[in-house]
Structures are given as structure tokens and as C-alpha cells.
Design a protein around this ligand. Structure first.
Ligand code: PLP
Length: 383
């Protein structure tokens, strides 16, 4: 019997639900990765990714692998043994960024903030200025907490110090408008399974000319797969073989990008904000408190504190098993204390918010908490 997945509404931290248009695209017949019919599709994918990143960087491409592959590609090219690298750490993915730099023998200066709080840009700026910094790395939308980082002051401090600035935008790309050239971002990586609503398996990345200059002069060997010179061979005008591009994934990404561009990024960003606001209105009526104030929260992912006495496993188990909805648990120091709701890409819609609230209300009721579910749904509906 072939595997038949159950119908589960994906409202966790990723993957997000995909449209049937994307699912169909993924099952189209294969072409060779150098086929003249395939290359224009790749051109269009790269051009559209540039628009989403807000960049004109020539080397902008969907690298094969999930978001972590994009991170490895950036770090491998931009870190030389002994480089002083400032990394913002206020969640699990900042920790991962720091660890990746350490594994390339970079000297990491961590600027920390408690999980669930914003990174203080001043603290990052001071750390950049405190020594000869070659690179600064931050996570834009920290999916482990739901905190959005203010990139502008960090970008200008990095530029003033002559450091490169690298950003993890795994969760923000295609869910909000980005203007990375204007800000002075030198390199960034994302993932296809969040606000792009394509399956996991590709990591859109971009490298500025400054970043490529660093990569070209990096004396440390870079893994073959992530070598920017070799990536430029295939993802540049030559279209020379580097590795066999994952054709079906690129079909799916191309279809996902069609949907993004049909909708328009501004409208898509507004849809994410509206869905998050509807969720918060309903949560307030259910007596559920978001961890992060709206002022610095990511619209695409909301982290919610458990009321005293609510068990994480029982709550999420009820939501998944009874209501067929996937949500995320807390990570790191937040494990067991919070749950995470992703309203990303195709999933960021009011009907999904209402389904989620109904499931949360029912899970609370099952745990013996009195809630007014009808009022919560009405609050979510009427913004
Ligand atoms: C902010 C952030 N960075 C990095 C990653 C790692 O991406 P992946 O799991 O696609 O390798 C994730 C995944 O959730 C993420 O949310």
C-alpha cells in the first residue's frame, strides 16, 4: 500500500500548508537541469527571489537542502579561522548560527537576550565596535520564540565597522517585505517551507559582491557543495554543471513564487499581519497570553504561554489527535511552557485561525478550564 498521509492542518513552525498548485507542480515530468526548457524557469525563480530579498545580488539562488544548508553555505564562505564574529543569540536558531561559526573556527562573540525578548540593537552595535569584527550574524524572525529583530541599526553598525552582515530570514522571507540592499545586508538564507509554502528542501540564499569578495579571498577550504565559485557556475550565466539541481523542488518553488507574485508581497504581508491579529484577539478571549508583545512579534509565528496547570503534551496531543492540527511546542528554555502557532504563507488565513481557536478552546475545556469559545471566534472574526 502506498503511504497516504492523514489530512493534518499544518499550523506549526513549519512546514506550512502548500497549495494544490504547488503540489501539482512538484509532480510534473522531470527535465534535465541543463535543459533549454528548464533554464528559463530557473532564471525566473532567481529573479523573483531577488525581489523577495530586496536585492540585486547576482548570486541569489535556491541552494539544495533545507534552511540549515543555506546557513552552512553562508558560514563556510564568510568565516575564516580566527575571525571575530558577533552573533545575536535570543533563541535556538541564534544558538545554531553561533555554533555553525564555531565549527568553522570563528571566534564567536555572543550578544544574548532572554528567549522571548528582543535583541537590544545597542548591545549588538557595542559588540561590533568592541573589536575588529569581520562578520555579524542575526536571526530576523526567531521561530523558536516569535521575536522579530530590528535589522537597521545592526546593519549600519556592521557597515561602519567594515564587517559583513549576514541574516537568517528563514521565517520572514515572503511573509513580509524585505529590503536587504537598502539595509546593507551582505548575505542571507531562507527556507521554502515557511512563508513561501513550498515543501522543505531548498534554501534561498543571496550573497552581495562584498560577501563574494570575502569568499574569494577566504584561505580556508569551503565544502565543494557550497563553494560560491562553483555555485556561480550553475546559478550564473554559464549554467555549468555543479550538482544535479533538484528539479521537482524547483518546479514547486516556481509555482509557490507564482502565487506570491500573483498576490503581491505587500498584500501577502498584510494577510500575515491580519491573520496574526485575528489569532491574538481570539486568544485574549480564551485567556491565552502571547509570550511576545505585538510591537516586536513575528506576524507569521505566535508563541503562547500555557496557563498554569495545562500540560504541553496533553494540550498539543488533543489539538493534533482530535482536531488534526499540528502546532509546535516550546524549544530550549521554553520547552513545556509555551506552544507555537505558525500562520505562514498559504496557511495564514482566517478560517485556519478559527479552526485553531476552536481546537485550543476544546483542549482547554478538556483540561477543565471554562472558556467562551463562541466569543473567542467572534472576536477573531471581527477585527
Ligand atoms: C529561523 C530559523 N532558522 C533556521 C532554521 C533551520 O531551517 P531548516 O529546519 O529548514 O534546516 C529554521 C527552521 O525552523 C528557522 O526557523
Amino acid at each position: 500500500m502506498p503511504f497516504e498521509p492523514p489530512e493534518v492542518l499544518l499550523l506549526g513552525p513549519g512546514p506550512s500548508p502548500t497549495s494544490v498548485v504547488v503540489q501539482r507542480a512538484q509532480s510534473l515530468p522531470l527535465l534535465g537541469h541543463l535543459d533549454p526548457a528548464f533554464v528559463p524557469l530557473l532564471d525566473q525563480v532567481q529573479a523573483r527571489l531577488r525581489i523577495l530579498f530586496g536585492t540585486t545580488n547576482a548570486l541569489t539562488l535556491p541552494i539544495a537542502g533545507t534552511g540549515t544548508a543555506g546557513m552552512e553555505a553562508l558560514v563556510a564562505n564568510l568565516v575564516t579561522r580566527g575571525d571575530r564574529v558577533v552573533v545575536g543569540v535570543h533563541g535556538v536558531f541564534g544558538q545554531r548560527f553561533a555554533e555553525a561559526v564555531r565549527r568553522r573556527a570563528g571566534v564567536v562573540v555572543e550578544v544574548r537576550a532572554d528567549f522571548g525578548t528582543a535583541l537590544a540593537p545597542d548591545a549588538v552595535v557595542r559588540a561590533i565596535e568592541a573589536g575588529p569584527t569581520s562578520l555579524c550574524c542575526v536571526v530576523h524572525a526567531e521561530t523558536s520564540t516569535g521575536v522579530l529583530t530590528d535589522l537597521a541599526p545592526i546593519a549600519s553598525a556592521a557597515r561602519a565597522a567594515g564587517a559583513l552582515f549576514a541574516v537568517d530570514c528563514v521565517t520572514s522571507l515572503a511573509g513580509m517585505e524585505l529590503a536587504f540592499d537598502q539595509l546593507g545586508v551582505d548575505a542571507a538564507f531562507s527556507g521554502t517551507q515557511k512563508c513561501l509554502s513550498a515543501p522543505p528542501g531548498l534554501s534561498p540564499v543571496t550573497f552581495s559582491p562584498r560577501a563574494l569578495a570575502k569568499a574569494a579571498s577566504n584561505p580556508d577550504p569551503v565544502p565543494f557543495y557550497f563553494d560560491t565559485k562553483l555555485l556561480t557556475g550553475y546559478f550564473g550565466p554559464d549554467r555549468a554543471y555543479h550538482y544535479t539541481a533538484p528539479i521537482s523542488m524547483i518546479y514547486a518553488l516556481a509555482a509557490a513564487l507564482d502565487l506570491v507574485f500573483e498576490e503581491g508581497l505587500a498584500a501577502r504581508a498584510a494577510r500575515h499581519r491580519d491573520a496574526a491579529a485575528a489569532l491574538r484577539r481570539g486568544l485574549a478571549v480564551l485567556g491565552l497570553e502571547p509570550l511576545v508583545p505585538t510591537a516586536y512579534a513575528t506576524p507569521m509565528l505566535t508563541t503562547i504561554r500555557y496557563p498554569v496547570g495545562i500540560d504541553d503534551r496533553a494540550f498539543r496531543g488533543h489539538v493534533r489527535n482530535v482536531h488534526c492540527i499540528e502546532i509546535g511546542g516550546g524549544l530550549g528554555s521554553l520547552a513545556g511552557k509555551v506552544f507555537r502557532v505558525g500562520l505562514m504563507g498559504h496557511g495564514a488565513r482566517l478560517p485556519n485561525v478559527l479552526r485553531a481557536l476552536a481546537a485550543f478552546g476544546d483542549a482547554l475545556t478538556a483540561a477543565g478550564v471554562r472558556v467562551d469559545l463562541a466569543a473567542a471566534l467572534a472576536a477573531a472574526r471581527t477585527g
